[in-house]
Each structure stands twice: as structure tokens, then as C-alpha cells.
Design a protein around this ligand. Structure first.
Ligand code: SF4
Length: 390
């Protein structure tokens, strides 16, 4: 325990979040649904030895089942959905001139908080699309609950993330769309976030060795992801995923190889710029990591040259979030970051579906529940708003 050395009675023992999830798992009246973010599957393996960045998706799913999850879902499914919502919002702004440009990505809660605090003049430039984990939570307690006939009040929704800041994101007041949907006061879209390192700690406590598990697959309905959803985990990935979707939506053809391997937005440089033609219009985009680099671009006004900008706080993106193995002790070396990034791109290449537009489960979600991207129900469940905190 965190304070047992000074508190032998454990009166001040602070329970870890995984201990709370473990209690929920034991409770027969609770349905525990766990979703994993893209970067977890290239970080978790490192806690059990072996090659850095190894892709352990199937074993991770089995581990979550062995820990007692009733359903194991993929937050990369909601990353595809984020592409659909955020991409549609962007195309609306870009093609009609309605809405401020550049549009900023909003899936990194630290960047959102930073913009709200230090650059409130840009708050309306942030995409109103929620992050994948927040979309996932809102849908688990509405769409998934309905389809599976589960009382949403019995669901404990847990996200495994590379990111410590996601714990604050799910606690934001606005992240209770399921409560509004069902008119049930107090229902939160997500109940817990566990980091990759916390998941490894829980597994360790249970004596669960990742490598002795047979790989298995995510549960259906919200368990399918395209390669585009997977690469959300690294710098440039959100942009590349959005470009795949926007290119095929506007140019009405499958993305050519140079878009499927969009080298201009890949790699560890802090700022990457590119442009491409969408229909008749030239799209200028930028990919940034680190708030210092973002601040410089905002202060100098250089940011105004762009139409669409991805900003992530952690070096290399979520693959090296503060909840990934090794991040607490020393900064993760670039060699490890690159190994994790390579692993995600490798998995993307292996996926049969590489464009969010082609995700069958996302199509079913729109056909049977949401209607269209940015429909009134999509807006209610999948979009949010931001504040000036200056
Ligand atoms: Fe979290 Fe870092 Fe990813 Fe931002 S970049 S969402 S802070 S892990």
C-alpha cells in the first residue's frame, strides 16, 4: 500500500484503482466491461520481458478475461469512430468555410487542458469530438447496453490507457452523456481508467503471466478496429487516420499507397507538416507533439497557415504516455518509442481493414443507432465542449 509504512493500521490506505475494479469483478450484480486503448498492446508486453514494443493484443485480451472482465472491447473501435466524427466535422469546416480553421485534434486531454488554460482564444478551434475512450464509455452504457439487454446502472466501464491524464478526462463534468440519455442522475460514462503499468501490477498480484496465455479476440459489437484506429497510439497517427478517411470521402476512391503509408506525418520530429489535394482544395496539415512546440506555433502565428493540426503532449504520442511501462522511473529512450511505433504500423499493415470508413461494426452502429456522423444523437453522445480556464 502507498502509506502502510507510516500507517500500520492501514487506516489511510489508498486503494489503487485496479483494486476497486477487482472488487467490481467479484460483485455478481456488476457487469464489468473493459476496453483497451491502442498503445496498451505495444507496452504491456514490456512488463513481462521480451522484445520492446512487441504486439500482444491477443494475449492482453485473454489477460483481461482472466482477470474477470465480462466483456473485453477495443477502444480502437472508438478511435475509428473518432475519425468519422472528427473527420466529418473537419470536412464541414474545410469545404464550406463554416467554422474556425485550423481545426485541432482533441483526443489528448493534456493538450485540451493546456489550450483551455493558456490559449483560450483557440478553444473553439478544438474538434468537438470526444476522445476514443470517452466515446467508448458513452456508447457502452447506451448502445452496447441496449443491444445486450444490460441495465446500464449495473455496468462498470473500465478503460485501460497509456495515459494518466485520462483519469482526469473521464472525471470531467461533461462526460456523462449516458446519464442524459437514460435520464439517470449520477451515471458516469466511464468508471475507471487503469494505466498499462497498473494493469501489469494487477496481473502480477493475481500471478497471471502474460506469456502463458493463449491469444484471444475482442468481443463483438464494439471490438473491431481498422489499422487507422490502431495508429492513433503514435504521433501522426490521428492525422494519418483522418487523411485516409477524408481522402476517400472527398476524392471518392480508395486511398492510394502514399496515403496508406503517409510518411510525411510519421517519425519522431516534434513538428511535421504536409499538404495534399482534397478534391480541388489544398489541405495544409501539421502534426505536433509537446506543448512547448505547440505554444511556439501558436505564439508566432505560424499555426494559421494550417487547416488541420494534430497535437499530442507526450513525446512520440501515447505510446510513451505516463502510464506506459518505464515512464515513471526514467524517460523512455527513443529506441523504445520507435520500437512501439514500428509495432503499431506493422499491425496496421496486417489489418485487412485500414480505413475507418470500412469498419463494419462502425457502419452497423451508424445504421442501427446513431444515424450519421454528427447526427443529433451522435452530437449528444460523441461530442463535447470546452471552456476557458485562463
Ligand atoms: Fe495521454 Fe500523452 Fe496520449 Fe496525451 S499524448 S492522450 S497525455 S498518453
Amino acid at each position: 500500500g502507498q502509506c502502510t509504512a507510516v500507517c500500520p493500521e492501514k487506516a489511510l490506505y489508498v486503494r489503487r484503482h485496479w483494486e476497486l475494479v477487482k472488487e467490481a469483478v467479484k460483485d455478481p450484480d456488476k457487469v464489468v466491461i473493459i476496453s483497451a486503448a491502442p498503445s496498451v498492446r505495444v507496452g504491456l508486453g514490456e512488463c513481462f520481458g521480451g522484445e520492446k514494443g512487441r504486439f500482444v493484443e491477443g494475449k492482453m485480451v485473454s489477460a483481461l478475461r482472466a482477470l474477470g472482465a465480462d466483456y473485453v472491447l477495443d477502444a480502437a473501435f472508438a478511435a475509428d469512430l473518432t475519425v468519422m466524427e472528427e473527420g466529418t466535422e473537419f470536412l464541414k469546416r474545410f469545404l464550406t468555410g463554416k467554422g474556425p480553421l485550423p481545426q485541432f485534434t482533441s483526443c489528448c486531454p493534456s493538450w485540451v487542458k493546456y489550450a483551455e488554460t493558456f490559449h483560450p482564444e483557440y478553444v473553439n478551434h478544438l474538434s468537438s469530438a470526444k476522445s476514443p475512450i470517452s466515446m467508448q464509455g458513452a456508447l457502452i452504457k447506451t448502445y452496447f447496453a441496449k443491444e445486450k439487454g444490460i441495465d446500464p446502472q449495473t455496468i462498470v466501464s473500465v478503460a485501460i490507457a497509456p495515459c494518466a491524464a485520462k483519469k482526469a478526462e473521464i472525471a470531467r463534468e461533461e462526460m456523462c452523456s449516458s446519464s442524459m440519455y437514460w435520464k439517470i442522475p449520477g451515471l458516469r460514462d466511464n468508471d475507471y481508467v487503469l494505466t498499462t503499468a497498473e494493469l501489469a501490477e494487477w496481473m502480477d498480484q493475481q500471478g497471471l503471466d502474460l506469456d502463458s496465455l493463449e491469444p484471444s479476440e475482442f468481443d463483438g459489437l464494439m471490438g473491431q478496429s481498422s489499422g487507422a484506429g490502431l495508429i492513433f497510439g503514435n504521433t501522426g497517427g490521428v492525422m494519418e487516420a483522418a487523411v485516409r478517411m477524408a481522402y476517400s470521402a472527398v476524392n471518392r476512391q480508395d486511398p492510394p499507397p502514399f496515403i496508406l503509408e503517409y510518411e510525411s506525418v510519421r517519425g519522431m520530429e516534434q513538428v511535421k507538416c504536409a499538404s495534399l489535394l482534397l478534391g480541388e482544395k489544398k489541405l495544409n496539415l501539421a502534426v505536433i507533439y509537446g506543448t512547448k512546440a505547440a505554444h511556439e506555433m501558436l505564439e508566432s502565428g505560424e499555426i494559421k497557415k494550417f487547416d488541420f493540426v494534430e497535437v499530442m503532449t507526450c513525446p512520440g504520442g501515447c505510446i510513451s504516455g505516463a502510464g506506459q511501462p518505464g515512464c515513471k522511473v526514467v524517460p523512455v529512450p527513443d529506441s523504445v518509442r520507435n520500437a512501439r511505433i514500428r509495432s503499431l504500423y506493422g499491425a496496421d499493415q496486417m489489418r485487412k481493414i485500414r480505413n475507418a470508413l470500412d469498419n463494419g461494426e462502425v457502419k452497423t452502429l451508424y445504421d442501427t443507432f446513431l444515424g450519421n456522423p454528427m447526427s443529433p444523437l451522435s452530437e449528444q453522445l460523441l461530442h463535447t465542449h470546452y471552456y476557458s480556464r485562463a
